[in-house]
Design a protein. Structure first.
Length: 207
């Protein structure tokens, strides 16, 4: 007998399949059903279909929520139980475990965990049928400083040697320009002088 997670997944799969309401646009990533008192909590994770990089916007999540809710209401997968539906996009901590995940992470900094127990830090450049091409980034190994020769060096990782990828949070992506609306120091000092120093006419009026 299928689990409740599997039963709900079976109900939702046609919605995201080719020809379905969201097919070709969004992909069903994960379904988890838990109990909260007498209610069920259905958590559904959706992502962009295909392998192009990019973030999932709130409008797409809202469309998915409407379609998922309708599919559940039309089915008996949850029986008569009331339920709370939570639809979200994958967080940055979602591990990269499929070729589509890696493709969606092109340009991102990723920690690649390898089957031999090792790991490396690299930026994802290309993904194809054979594996992933990354350019290595500096990383400390057992307390030693990174080797300069490793920085920017290409490394191809075959699917067979990859266990998972872990996207790294970056505060400013490589290649980002500095904000162009910053004032230089002289401009800031001039503005401060104008703000605190009254002009000659104002001083005469005060006398």
């Amino acid at each position: 007998m299928p689990s409740l997670d599997e039963a709900v997944t079976a109900v939702l799969a046609p919605v995201f399949a080719a020809g379905g309401e969201l097919g070709g646009d969004l992909a069903l990533e994960e379904v988890a059903v838990t109990s909260a008192g007498r209610r069920k909590v259905v958590r559904v994770v959706v992502d962009k279909a295909g392998d192009e990089p990019g973030e999932l916007d709130l409008d797409a999540v809202a469309r998915a929520s409407t379609a998922v809710s309708q599919a559940l209401d039309d089915s008996d997968a949850l029986g008569e139980a009331a339920y709370t539906l939570e639809v979200s996009s994958p967080g940055v901590d979602r591990p990269l475990t499929t070729p589509r995940h890696w493709s969606r992470a092109r340009g991102r900094l990723v920690r690649a965990v390898l089957g031999d127990g090792g790991a490396l830090l690299g930026r994802v450049r290309e993904v194809d049928a054979d594996g992933v091409l990354v350019t290595l980034e500096p990383q400390a190994v057992k307390g030693r400083p990174p080797r300069a020769a490793d920085v920017g060096a290409p490394r191809r990782l075959a699917w067979a040697e990859l266990v998972r990828g872990e996207v790294q949070v970056e505060f400013r992506r490589a290649g980002d320009d500095e904000p162009d609306d910053e004032l230089d120091e002289d401009d800031e000092l001039d503005e401060l002088d104008d703000a605190v120093e009254p002009d000659e006419d104002e001083r005469e009026d005060e006398q």
